[in-house]
Design a protein around this ligand. Structure first.
Ligand code: THJ
Length: 259
């Protein structure tokens, strides 16, 4: 999986382009030419199979209405350095879209408009039928699995990564977790990924290495989605997502460490 694509790939290509910002931003500030608007809140739910995943029927209807077909190449963007759009990409992945056909713009709306055109023209998508794949293998792990992995995380055999900010980590984290704020992976100025060599150095410093099984969590599986895609971009194959994240962990009385 090579999820991150540059603006030039999006501009010249024929992938379905998905803008996950609020409708007022899409309509009034503008959007990438041809992009459809699928706002972040429209694909988050407490009624799906796990965490914040939407029910399959709702997801299928949302994508069909947006004119996106089951086998299409998709690229998503936002205006927050990719963290909201990453959640769209990971939602599609977890509901069975072909991972090789899922992409995230390396950058965001603000960096795009420094070089490329935007528009406020409405988009009228062609009708499509989207079908999710309930049989697809996914990188999801659940509460019980994470709880069973804690001893291995504490002994360093499994890498448990908390992708939240320092102060959140200090207030309470899973035993054995290392901290990696997702924002450390992006370059403030270009609003996309930092250079690969810097990313690899940073990850290694934190003990996040491709050889180790790696499980990510945050609060509601938004920030982990970005980190998941970065690790996959760098060739990490053994990365899993705790979709329930701290919201479920705390609800179910999971152990927390404070500093
Ligand atoms: O990004 S988050 O799910 O932790 S709010």
């Amino acid at each position: 999986m090579q999820p991150f694509v540059p603006a030039s790939w999006v501009e010249g290509g024929d992938a379905a382009v998905v803008d996950v910002r609020d409708p007022w931003e899409y309509d009034s500030i503008g959007h990438l030419p041809g992009a459809v608007n699928v706002p972040f809140d429209s694909f988050r739910s407490d009624e799906g199979e796990a965490g914040k995943l939407p029910p399959r029927a709702e997801w299928e209807e949302l994508l069909s209405d947006a004119g996106i077909g089951t086998d299409e190449e998709i690229v998503a963007y936002d205006d927050t350095q990719g963290v909201f759009a990453a959640r769209f990409v990971v939602t599609a992945l977890l509901l069975g879209h072909d991972p090789e056909k899922l992409h995230l713009l390396d950058g965001d709306f603000s960096s795009w408009q420094r070089e490329y055109e935007t528009t406020t023209d409405g988009v009228d998508p062609d009708p499509a039928t989207y079908e999710s794949d309930p049989e697809a293998e996914t990188p999801l792990v659940d509460f019980e699995t994470v709880r069973e992995l804690l001893p291995a995380a504490e002994s360093g055999d499994v890498t448990l990564v908390d992708t939240r900010e320092d102060w959140e980590f200090a207030e309470g984290h899973l035993p054995g977790a290392v901290q990696l704020d997702w924002r450390e992976l992006v370059d403030e100025e270009r609003r996309g990924l930092r250079p690969e060599s810097e990313l690899r150095e940073l990850l290694e410093e934190r003990g996040i290495v491709p050889e180790s099984r790696t499980v990510l969590y945050c609060n509601t599986a938004r920030r982990v989605s970005h980190t998941y895609l970065v690790l996959r971009q760098l060739g990490y194959e053994q990365v899993e997502l705790y979709e329930g994240s701290l919201t479920e962990w705390e609800d179910r009385g999971g152990e927390l460490v404070t500093e």
